[in-house]
Design a protein around this ligand. Structure first.
Ligand code: NAD
Ligand code: UD1
Length: 348
């Protein structure tokens, strides 16, 4: 059975390809490498001893996308491809709407034409209204606050409309909380361009000496230590969530949203201390103003994913920190050091 992975060379996509290959799926990747490096897929090939069929194609390029469906017998699609930087989306809303929304529409049109109607879509916890307090369930109020988040919400709506028009579609909307960590081998991981926006890659780059100090955005939130609380989820647990969603779309039609998180929140300072403990490095930090748009607390109620997909996150904060650190230490410049040096990896 072949699964098409759009955006498969990226952070979450490459980890998902690895898990799919490990359980025997054929994997076909379409990625334009706008935010990734083909080296990630070469390393997945090496780790698994299997081969990914790769196409360097933009989703907006309908003709070449169709060729992928003609050349391969695709059973289902996991759709990761998209731009994801919140701040950039405020600067470049039209690029975000074009890439994320038009890209998804073209993909769905091609899928429809080739009668492939099973999709797992990368949504985000960012679709929830920031006014929500406590554990966020799939029924919590929606309301994105920036163009990136709105692309996710709009795509969810488009996919729901598609199902209404044709009940033979089967679609899982996976709303990720905060993905962190990397595969235990230390050979694939998160490789942000430039200065990271997100907490964990920032911490690991301070620890490895690429950045001087962490800026903590606010210590006056109504949380135990005043810093923001998030539901960090290990990327391998997240990847395995996609396997469960694929199982589901293979057997039932409909559109369902699922939160993928651990259900447990950690503050920024708790993350810093956990990372210091695991890595043995100290993380200098300063407290600065709150980052506009940030909420105090955000964590998932993932009971629906447990109930309906049979999925729960298994990896805790120590593993998240240890695996993120192993990747950073082995690859201080991400995939730009193309040589695949395994210093302290632990196999597949
Ligand atoms: P990523 O940037 O590492 O991966 C996205 C991949 O899509 C990249 O390889 C990029 O080159 C590719 N891509 C982008 N536009 C494309 C296009 N038009 N045609 C072909 N390929 C294209 O991001 P990620 O962290 O792996 O995230 C994957 C998905 O999950 C994204 O849709 C993102 O919005 C969503 N998501 C991510 C997070 C997170 O924190 N990482 C949280 C919630 C949701
Ligand atoms: C960010 C995105 C969100 C996306 C989510 C998952 C923004 C505004 N939101 O959310 O759309 O779905 O990632 O990847 O970018 N922090 C610091 N210093 C830093 C970086 C972060 O103190 O240098 C703090 C933040 O204030 C927050 C926590 O760390 O409290 C986590 O931040 P981050 O990793 O950026 O994730 P989110 O803000 O949850």
């Amino acid at each position: 059975m072949a699964i098409l992975i759009t955006g498969g060379a990226g952070y979450i996509g490459s980890h998902t390809c690895l898990e799919l290959l490990n359980i025997g799926y054929e994997v076909v990747v379409v990625d334009n490498l706008s935010n990734s490096n083909k080296e990630s897929l070469d390393r997945v090939d090496k780790i698994t001893g299997k081969h990914i069929q790769f196409y360097n194609i933009d989703l907006l390029d309908r003709e070449n996308l169709e060729a992928v469906f003609m050349e391969n017998k695709i059973d289902a699609v996991i759709h990761f491809a998209g731009f994801k930087a919140v701040g950039e989306s405020v600067e470049l809303p039209l690029s975000y709407y074009q890439n994320n929304i038009t890209g998804t529409i073209i993909l769905c049109q091609v899928m429809q034409k080739y009668n492939v109607k099973k999709m797992v879509f990368s949504s985000s916890a960012t679709v929830y209204s920031p006014t929500t307090s406590g554990a966020i369930s799939e029924d919590s109020p929606l309301g994105a606050t920036n163009p990136y988040g709105r692309t996710k919400l709009m795509i969810e709506e488009i996919l729901r409309d598609l199902y209404v028009s044709d009940n033979s579609w089967s679609i899982s909307l996976l709303r990720y909380f905060n993905p962190v960590g990397s595969h235990i081998s230390g050979r694939i991981g998160e490789d942000p361009n430039g200065i990271p926006n997100n907490l964990t890659p920032y911490i690991t780059q301070v620890a490895v000496g690429k950045l001087n100090q962490l800026r903590i955005f606010g210590d006056d939130y109504p949380t135990s230590d005043g810093t923001g609380v998030r539901d960090y989820i290990h990327v391998v647990d997240l990847a395995k969530g996609h396997l469960k969603a694929i199982d589901k779309v293979m057997i039932v039609t409909g559109v369902e949203a699922y939160n993928l998180g651990t259900g447990k929140g950690y503050s920024v300072l708790e993350m810093v201390h956990a990372f210091e403990q695991t890595s043995g490095k100290s993380i200098p930090y300063i407290i600065v103003d709150r980052r506009p748009g940030d909420v105090a607390v955000c964590y998932a109620d993932s009971s629906k994913a447990k109930r309906e997909l049979g999925w729960v996150a298994e990896r805790g904060i120590e593993e998240m920190c240890a695996d993120a650190w192993r990747w950073q230490l082995n690859n201080p410049n991400g995939y730009h050091d193309v040589e695949d040096k395994v210093i302290i990896g632990q196999g597949s």
